[in-house]
Write a protein that binds this ligand. Sequence first.
Ligand code: GDP
Length: 300
Amino acid sequence: MITILSGGTGTPKLLQGIIRLVDPADLTVVVNTLENSYFSGVYVAADLDSVMYTLAGIINQETWYGIRDDTFITHETLKEIGCEELLRIGDQDRAVKIQKTLLLEKYPLDEAVDIQRRKLDIESRIIPMSNQNPQIEILTTEGSLEFHEFLIRQKGEPDVLDIKYTRVDPAPGLIESIEEADIVIIGPSNPVTSVGPILSAGGVRDALKKSYVVAVSPIIGNKPVSGPAGKFMQALGHEVSSLGVAAMYQDFLDKFYIDLQDHNQQEKIERLISEVVVTNTNMNNIEDKMMLARNILGEI
Ligand code: GDP
């Protein structure tokens, strides 16, 4: 069994490679829920939906959220009649989000997601990191902001001084999915706001220490491939580099995949992590994704 810890952009790219190489039924994906919130009356679990759409083969790969070739009639209409619509949610994507919102009236998040992934014919298990709603606060030079306020309304521009979030209990089955896995893969996701929250859920770090864990660095050179990971790492006092990520994971990590561009960091990282593999981690096409997945899975 393979367990993968995921955010909503980098790790789904790797998932596209992995599902072409293994039986999807052998796969469990544990997904960050730190950014989950209600927008325009619907519950938005952005990373969960990105993982679901990736595994169902319908993800919009231009944006890494929403469904490919979706329409935006509801979004445009809501704006016309005066709704704020902070997020640009497509019509089919909104239907999935409405269903999740309705399911949440009867079921906890993990069960709602399990019902949805079955409807989408996804054979892999998808486990949200928690059924509780964590709170996040991004302290910036413009004041204290909620995640989407920072990223969308303020376009991620304010300088970040600190990031705080509440610790949550892991969802049912999460700890077991780590303890029983032959390999746990931490994909290239934001170490502060995607992987960090999963690691902070009660018991996760201890479970990882007992398992075989590999990770792919989300940083190439001294910046992330996309998103605010660099700004967030800096705010928390971490060096924005693969070495900086290695330091964040060193207490449980067995093997770390860094990019060819970072070969000069290998020796330093080997002082923290016993095995370091230098390879192409830039996933621009399906060949890159399968190559990296094969590299990781080849030895299990
Ligand atoms: P979010 O929830 O949208 O922030 O998504 P994630 O946390 O999953 O992904 C963001 C991280 O993925 C960023 O830190 C990126 O640097 C990283 N990332 C995205 N694409 C790639 C890629 O092709 N290769 C690597 N190594 N990292 C990537």
